[in-house]
Design a binder for this molecule. Structure first.
Ligand code: PTJ
Length: 248
């Protein structure tokens, strides 16, 4: 591993690259995941590599949706497991009903099992894999991402997806799920299709979301419902796009 000085101006960004490379070597991330990460880095650079209020407002609504959902599921791919394994496990630990489901585009049974094992080794207790013999297919998705575990995504009401292209997000919405997306590109199909789009870097967003969930566990349900009802995802996306275009 490269010794990155903490004083380097882009320390956090370089550390994330390192995490992804470690994940690739450990067989968690796919090679294509490196390209997906580069795209994310470019958008993060454009928003100043920091969390904005358009992200924290979306996170507040995401939290309200997750803590009021009977069956919330976080979908985990190779990039998210590599970049944010500990953050995902902390999120799941903050709210007991939250399950983690390994769902891969470049699917292999071995990689899926390795990701599930890595999440468990970090302390996750509710981990399932999409591609089991009993998997249920999500209509409208041709790739391996169509697989849903009967006890996870197939039964979920609120789903958090991160770092993926938009076909599955659209299909999940069509199938009646409420979808929260974490995606640095507010113009991506995923961000444009989700009910709540968090335009922020994954590890920063998960940390803020976990803190918000801890606060919201004790927030009255009527207050959470009012927060959800007042939310306008189009306006949030527009603010993210404007920030990228104007460099504000
Ligand atoms: O592990 P697998 O097989 O499921 O592989 C999944 C990948 C990541 C390869 C696949 O989903 C993919 O190719 O994704 P895309 O289509 O490149 O989309 C990734 C999206 O996530 C882009 O809009 C990026 O801007 C965004 N993104 C990348 N890194 C981050 C990010 N968003 C938030 N935080 C990041 N760290």
């Amino acid at each position: 591993m490269t010794d990155i000085p903490v004083t380097h101006p882009r320390y956090h960004s370089l550390k994330l690259r390192e995490r992804l490379l470690v994940g690739l070597k450990a067989g968690l991330a796919s090679e294509a995941g490196l390209l997906a990460h580069g795209r994310g880095e470019a958008f993060d650079y454009l928003i100043g590599e920091r969390s904005h209020d358009f992200a924290s407002e979306a996170i507040a609504v995401a939290s309200a949706l997750l803590v009021t959902a009977p069956r919330p599921v976080v979908s985990v791919n190779g990039n998210s497991a590599s970049l944010a394994g500990a953050e995902l496990v902390a999120l799941a630990g903050a709210f007991a009903p939250l399950a983690l489901e390994v769902n891969l585009f470049h699917h292999s049974p071995e990689r899926s099992a390795r990701i599930a094992e890595s999440l468990r080794s970090l302390g996750a207790t509710r981990v399932v894999e999409s591609a089991t013999d009993a998997a249920i297919a999500l209509p409208g998705v041709a790739s391996a991402r169509r697989n849903m575990n009967p006890d996870g995504l197939a039964d979920a009401d609120v789903v958090l997806v991160a770092l993926e292209d938009g076909d599955r997000c659209h299909a999940l919405v069509e199938a009646g799920r409420t979808v929260i997306a974490i995606d640095l590109n507010p113009m991506s199909r995923t961000a444009q299709t989700a009910h709540v789009s968090i335009t922020d870097e994954l590890t920063r967003a998960l940390k803020l979301l976990t803190e918000q969930i801890v606060r919201d566990r004790d927030t009255p349900t009527v207050e959470l419902a009012a927060r959800i009802a007042a939310y306008d995802n189009r306006a949030i996306l527009e603010r993210g796009i404007r920030t990228i275009r104007t460099g504000a």
